[in-house]
Write a protein that binds this ligand. Structure first.
Ligand code: ATP
Ligand code: MG
Length: 552
């Protein structure tokens, strides 16, 4: 076990104990997504935990798709999940596994249960089944089919499997206890008829195992030693254990539950995220506003920021809501350390330097503290752009409040000259079109001469040698901290201003070569990355601002 400054969590403690007592020799965990959507930041917590435990205890972690629900699942989701897990930097032991690989074995186990009078084919319809099930305060009633002969159930199951029975007409149920205080134990359905094709097994099956009938046995087949999942499955654990006890399974896994990650101002439910996509509230699953792994990737969040954030979270036996600002702290911290610096003027204003006719190249560091990232070249010409917000005609603005260019005053251009604004040129509407300014000679990399004080430092690009680009600035997707709590309809709390597109931006020439996956700090603006989906133009997504200035 590696030394960590962090106190160990309860699952690490259990595993350490199991290793110490010899109960476990090799730790095997798994991450078991259902391929019915893209992974989100909540799944990242589970991925980091499961793969992290295997790494820490020199064990294995499996990647297993729990694909028991064909109508909601697809190969698109399988591929997206594989890509996301890999991108996060994790590698699974052996081949990728699928619940559907075990369909024959699961069917055999269902037959075994019937033969032992522990399962029966039930002909109650869904509504009747609900009536018979009882409530939290009332026990359920036995189905009239509960004691039918095993041979009859076997024959009916065979017919269900062969596609001879209509959907909804029959189910296979485990015979456990209709009076159990745990509703999960009241003769749960273990097979249902679904006459639809499966993304892997095609038309082979007309019946599919319930998730609850598959999950624990899959763990048993794979020899999972510590089956870690979220708290909502705690009430299903007795059922998983019942199957393990009543079936001839190779190993007896134990499930441990931890609190799921919820983040405020967003949602972590595949079903609801799917609704955002299906109803076109966002572009796609990888829309940079989505809390999906693919959305975060496209937004410019790095795998290490996600992993560091997940590692910082408590693994506890209670659910909690984590503040988005905590996640943003890790995103910003990672980018501050790793993103190359660059200049991009979002709202360009032309500046003509009337006393400058030359052409120069300045060299600036790619990162102020990271010599290993090298340098970049900046071309300087008579005409440059600065940001409109960096100029004011109001000479009464105090130097402290407005550390930018004011008419008649001085400012330093980052890595270049100090300049003075002399005059403004207006268009026919009276809007400022251009500034006439002059450089203060010999101020590149040198202090200002006596009597001249720059108000501050601003960014700029050459008007001759820069590239056009568009910039997308994102805000939180929801205006409510808990958009889906209680009976709230989360779509009513979408932030109408979550995306701002800024066109006509000008970036330093080197950014023409920006690649998807490169991270930049646009000086004084924020962190950006090139959008992976727009290939015909240079589009940058704002990952996050430089400071946390989001007001709740
Ligand atoms: P969702 O509720 O978003 O549909 P899910 O639990 O149905 O998620 P699965 O594909 O079944 O999605 O999840 C795979 C694994 O990820 C499970 O072990 C589950 O417990 C875990 N997981 C899902 N959501 C979270 C979350 N918010 N925090 C931590 N772990 C999660
Ligand atoms: Mg689920």
């Amino acid at each position: 076990m590696t030394d960590t400054a962090k106190p160990i969590n309860f699952i690490q403690q259990i595993i350490s104990d199991d290793i110490a007592t010899g109960k476990t020799s090799k730790v095997i965990t798994r991450f078991p997504p259902e391929p019915n959507g893209y992974l989100h930041i909540g799944h990242a917590k589970s991925i980091c935990l499961n793969f992290g435990l295997a790494e820490q205890f020199q064990g294995d972690c499996h990647l297993r798709f729990d694909d028991t629900n064909p109508e909601k699942e697809s190969d698109e989701f399988v591929q997206a999940i594989i890509e996301d897990v890999q991108w996060l930097g994790f590698d699974w032991a052996g081949d990728i596994r699928y619940a559907s690989d075990y369909f024959d074995q699961l069917y055999q186990w269902a037959c075994d249960l019937i033969d032992e009078q522990k399962a029966y084919v039930c002909e109650l319809n869904a509504e009747q089944m609900r009536d018979y099930r009882g409530t939290l305060t009332e026990v359920g009633k036995d189905s009239p089919y509960r004691n039918r002969p095993a041979a009859e159930s076997r024959a009916l199951l065979e017919q269900m499997k062969a596609g001879e029975i209509a959907e909804g007409k029959m189910t296979l149920r485990a015979k456990i206890d209709m009076a159990s205080p745990n509703i999960n134990m009241r003769d749960p359905v273990i097979y249902r008829i679904k006459r639809i094709a499966h993304h892997r097994t095609g038309d082979r099956w007309n019946i599919y195992p319930a998730y609850d009938f598959a999950h624990g046995q899959e763990d048993a087949i794979e020899g999972i030693t510590h089956s870690v999942c979220t708290l909502e499955f705690a009430a299903n654990r007795p059922l998983y254990d019942w199957f393990i006890e009543n079936l001839n399974v190779p190993t007896s896994p134990h499930q441990y539950e931890f609190g799921r990650l919820n983040l405020n101002y967003t949602i972590t439910s595949k079903r609801k995220l799917k609704q955002l996509v299906d109803e076109a509230h966002v572009d796609a699953w990888d829309d940079p506003r989505m809390p999906t792994i693919s959305g975060l990737r496209r937004r410019g969040v790095s795998p290490s920021a996600i992993r560091n954030f997940c590692d910082s979270l408590a693994v506890a036996k209670t659910d909690g809501v984590v503040d988005m600002a905590q996640f943003e702290h890790f995103i910003r911290d990672d980018l501050n350390n790793n993103a190359r610096r660059a200049m991009c003027v979002l709202k360009p204003l032309l500046v003509t330097l009337t006393n400058y006719q030359a052409e120069e190249q300045f060299t600036a560091p790619a990162h102020p503290q990271r010599e290993d990232l090298g340098t970049r070249e900046l071309s300087f010409h008579q005409q440059i752009y600065i940001d409109r917000n960096d100029f004011s005609e109001d000479t009464s603005l105090s130097r402290k409040k407005f550390k930018r260019l004011v008419i008649g005053d001085y400012v330093r251009l980052r890595s270049a000259y100090i300049i003075r604004a002399d005059d403004v040129i207006r268009d026919s509407n009276g809007d400022i079109q251009e500034i006439k300014a002059s450089i203060v000679p010999n101020t590149v990399g040198a202090d200002a001469p006596e009597g001249i004080r720059a108000r501050g430092v601003i960014h700029w690009v050459s008007a001759v040698n820069s590239v056009d680009c568009r910039v997308k600035i994102y805000d939180r997707l929801f205006t409510e901290a808990t958009p889906d709590s209680g009976d709230k309809n989360f779509t009513e709390h979408l932030n109408p201003n979550s995306l701002e597109l800024i066109e006509g931006c000008k970036a330093e020439a080197g950014l023409a070569a920006a690649q998807t996956g490169d991270h930049y700090q646009f000086e004084r603006e924020g962190y950006f990355c090139r959008d992976s989906k727009t290939t015909d133009a240079l589009v940058f997504n704002c990952t996050i601002g430089l400071r946390d200035n989001w007001k709740a």
